[in-house]
Ligand binder design. Structure first.
Ligand SMILES: Nc1ncnc2c1ncn2[C@@H]1O[C@H](COP(=O)(O)OP(=O)(O)OP(=O)(O)O)[C@@H](O)[C@H]1O
Ligand SMILES: [Mg+2]
Length: 399
């Protein structure tokens, strides 16, 4: 491979040298060390030599003058008449250029960049050839080293990608297995705890009743997590089917927000803004309840010092979309954390939220569910100021 730098004319006036008489040519190129520059007669015998030629090819002027230039070529190329063919091409096309192996006097090969130019006399008759050769062995060696290095890097990257994909598969398998396996025992725990709470298994003392109430609440939490895991596994396996029903989003948002109210602290305020007219969408209500529940749950969880949580439904009739904004005045999300916000298990643990529990599945699942509905879920946030989630759904056809 040749770069433009390789092709650049040598640092002397080659053109001028080629036009000059033999004697002036010899003077002009004699001291050039980086290039072997010499003349051949019409047969290809060496008729002039310079310092660079001696340095690269190791022959002295006396040794080489009058010898045929094929002496610089490996045996196989002489056998295939390559040197003679090169001269023929130079005659036919004006010059011949290539990179290839050549031999030094001691038999060691070097990687050469070669240009052979046909020279013509005053009547246009062939007068001989000028040959410029550059030793690129070192450059080629470095290039090869670089190529090898690059190849090794590629292999490492490929291996890394394979391991990542294995890990992803393992995560999916784990997700499916864990959720299925947990569901059974959790159902049993919940069943017996409910019986204990209701006194079916005998009266409990006050302390036991309190303990059972906590176990019940915690098993509900565990159930919710297992549900999320199962939903995520379903999405990953392409097994999720929506049960769409025409729904007024005002009802769904209103009801879900009301479920949050008992959990608010005295420092929190919840405001729900609904439009006057119905905001009709064709949605899987259970799934959308999960999405809204998670957005509201996050708004509350991640504003530990309180503040306003606002849930606004808008019917954007011009664009044919219905939107829901959930905003809070909580800890916010750093710009550097944003790219991981919707990723699976994408908990953004930092000093501000490390004490707040969660699995990091909620937003991933929410966005996937919204997208299955043909909608989109996005977020904007400013750390210390608050966060806004923007949910967009297509309006029901014909509404
Ligand atoms: N309203 C918000 N304000 C600040 N950070 C948020 C907000 N919502 C989400 N985050 C950040 O995004 C991360 C991912 O949210 P997500 O709902 O997916 O997970 P989670 O709430 O940690 O767990 P899960 O919802 O599965 O119980 C959270 O861990 C949190 O760091
Ligand atoms: Mg969450």
């Amino acid at each position: 491979m040749r770069s433009d730098a390789d092709r650049s004319t040598p640092p002397f006036e080659l053109e001028e040298a080629l036009r000059a008489s033999d004697e002036r040519f010899r003077l002009l190129v004699a001291g050039v060390r980086d290039y072997a520059i010499f003349l051949l007669d019409t047969e290809g015998n060496v008729s002039s030599w310079n310092e660079g030629a001696q340095r690269i090819k190791q022959y002295t002027e006396e040794e080489i003058l009058g010898r045929h230039f094929s002496i610089f070529y490996p045996r196989a190329e002489i056998d295939s008449r390559k040197p003679w063919r090169e001269l023929e091409i130079a005659v036919a096309e004006g010059s011949f250029e290539e990179e290839g192996w050549r031999l030094r006097k001691d038999g060691r090969r070097f990687w050469a960049s070669v240009v052979i130019t046909a020279l013509h006399g005053p009547e246009g008759e062939l007068a001989g050839f000028a040959k410029v050769t550059r030793d690129l062995t070192e450059r080629r060696r470095n290039q090869r080293r670089l190529d090898a290095l690059r190849r090794r890097e590629m292999l490492k990257l490929r291996e890394h990608a394979r391991r990542m994909s294995d890990l992803e598969t393992a995560k999916s398998d784990f997700l499916r297995l864990a959720s299925h396996e947990l569901r059974g025992p959790l159902t049993v725990i919940r069943g017996f705890t409910t019986m204990l709470a209701e006194g079916t298994l005998g009266e409990l003392c006050e302390d036991a009743r309190r303990a059972v109430a906590i176990v019940l609440a915690k098993s509900d939490e565990a159930n919710a997590i297992v549900d999320q895991l199962l939903e995520t596994a379903r999405i990953e396996e392409g097994r999720l089917t929506l049960r769409r029903e025409r729904t007024d989003l005002r009802d769904l948002v209103g009801a879900t927000a009301e479920r949050l109210r008992p959990l608010l602290s005295a420092r929190h305020r919840l405001v729900v803004d609904l439009p006057d007219a119905p905001a009709l969408v064709d949605i899987d209500r259970e799934r959308l309840r999960t999405v809204l529940g998670n957005l509201l749950d996050n708004a509350l969880k991640y504003s530990p010092d309180g503040g306003l949580i606002r849930c606004t439904v808008r019917d954007e009739s011009e664009s044919g979309q219905v939107t829901v904004d959930v905003t809070d005045e909580g800890i916010g999300i750093g710009a550097d954390e944003m790219p991981r916000l919707f990723t699976r298990f994408g908990r953004l643990v930092n000093a501000r939220n490390s004490h707040i529990p969660g699995t990091g599945l909620g937003l991933h699942l929410s966005r996937e569910l919204v997208r299955r509905h043909g909608g989109e879920l996005t977020a904007t946030s400013e750390p210390g100021v608050g966060t806004r989630f923007h949910l967009l759904l297509p309006r029901a056809h014909g509404s």
